[in-house]
Write a protein that binds this ligand. Sequence first.
Ligand code: NAD
Length: 366
Amino acid sequence: MKTHPFSRRDFLRTASVGAGALAFGNVLSSFAPKPNKKLGIALVGLGNYSTYQLAPALQQTKNCYLAGIVTGHPAKAEKWKHQYHIPDKNIYNYETYDQVKNNPDIDIIYVVLPVFMHKEYTIRGAEAGKHVICEKPMALNAKECGDMIAACKKADRLLSIGYRLHFEPHNMEVMRLGQQKVYGKVTSLDTGNGFTYRGDPNAWRLKKAMAGGGGLMDMGIYSIQASRYTLGQEPVAIKARQEKTRPDFFKEVDETIYWEMEFPGGFVTTGKSSYNHDWSYLNVVAEHGKFGLGPAFGYGEVDGYTSAGPMDLPQVIHQAVQMDDFAQCVWQNKQSRVPGEEGLKDMKVVDAIYRSLDSGKKEKIV
Ligand code: NAD
C-alpha cells in the first residue's frame, strides 16, 4: 500500500506540475491570507465514516479541527470526549442539536448520517448559523436537494457535499485530461463502482425509506460523478436496466444497475453500480490516446494511467484535503468547488435512472 500521511508540500508541488490547471486553482487558494483561528467542525452521526475516516483525518487538517460531536449514544459521546479532548459544552444529541447556534467553537457542521436524515440535519445546521458539509448521496431525491440549497442560501451559509475525489490528485488529473481534451475528444467512457455487500441484512442501507436506494445511491454516485467530471458536461438522458441475483437480501433496494448516459451532441457513456460486484474503475478512450483510473474511487490507494504510462501522483488523505479546502472557502466566503448544486446534478441523474427502470425506456434528465 503506497498510501502515506498527507504531505501538503508534496501535494502542492506535484499538483502544480502534474495535475495542471484544475489543481493549480487549489495551489493559488492555499496562499490566500488566513485568519488566525482554525475552524471548528462538529461531526453529526458517529458511525463508521466519522469514526474511521473523518475523525482521524481531522487530526491531519491544517485549517480546521474536530471541535464537537452530535450523537444519540451517551457511551459514544463519553469515548469520543476522552479520545479527542472534546469539552462537554461541545457535545450534543439530536434533541439539543439546534443549541449549537450559541456555540462559537463550532463553525462547520458535517452531516454524516443515513441519507433520509441529510435534509433535516443540513437545514437545522444552516438555520443554527453554521456552514454545512453534507455526505453523499446528498439526499433521497433531487427535490430534497433543492430544499437544502434554498435553506442554506436563505440562511446565508455555505453548503458543500462530501465529494472527496475532487481533491484527489488522480481524479483531478482525469478531469484535466478529459476537460482540456489533452488526448483529443473523448470517444468512449466506461466506469463502474461497487462492492459485495455482506453486512447486516437489517441495516439502513438496505431500506428504501432510509437510503433512497441501494448500490446506485451509495456507489453509483461515483460513476455518475466520474462521467460528468471527466467530460465537464451535463448529461441529458439515460437508459438503465437492473439485475438482482440476491432478491431476498436486496428486497427494497437495487443490487446492480447498468446504464447508458447521453450527453449533448449524442455522445453516450456507459456506467454501472453494484452491491454485488467489486468494481472501482474509469476507462476513457480519446482520439489520440487513453487514460483511466483503477482503483478509482475508494479512500485507500488510487492509481491511474495514460497512454504515456502510469500516473505518478501522490496519495493523499482525501477527507483532510477536502475539509481544509472547505475551511478556506469559509474564510474567503467563496462557494466550494463541490457545492450543493453538484449534489443536486447527480441526484437528477439518479432520479432519471429510477424512472428508466420503471418505464423500461430512455428518460430525460430534468
Ligand atoms: P453508519 O451506519 O456507520 O453510521 C450512521 C450513523 O448514524 C450511526 O452512528 C447511527 O447511530 C446514526 N444514526 C442516527 N439516527 C439513525 C437512524 N434513525 N438510523 C440509523 N442510524 C442512525 O453509516 P456510514 O457508513 O458512516 O455512512 C454515513 C454517511 O456517510 C452516508 O451518507 C454514507 O453514504 C456516507 N459515507 C461517505 C463515504 C465517502 O467516502 N464519502 C464513505 C462512507 C460513508
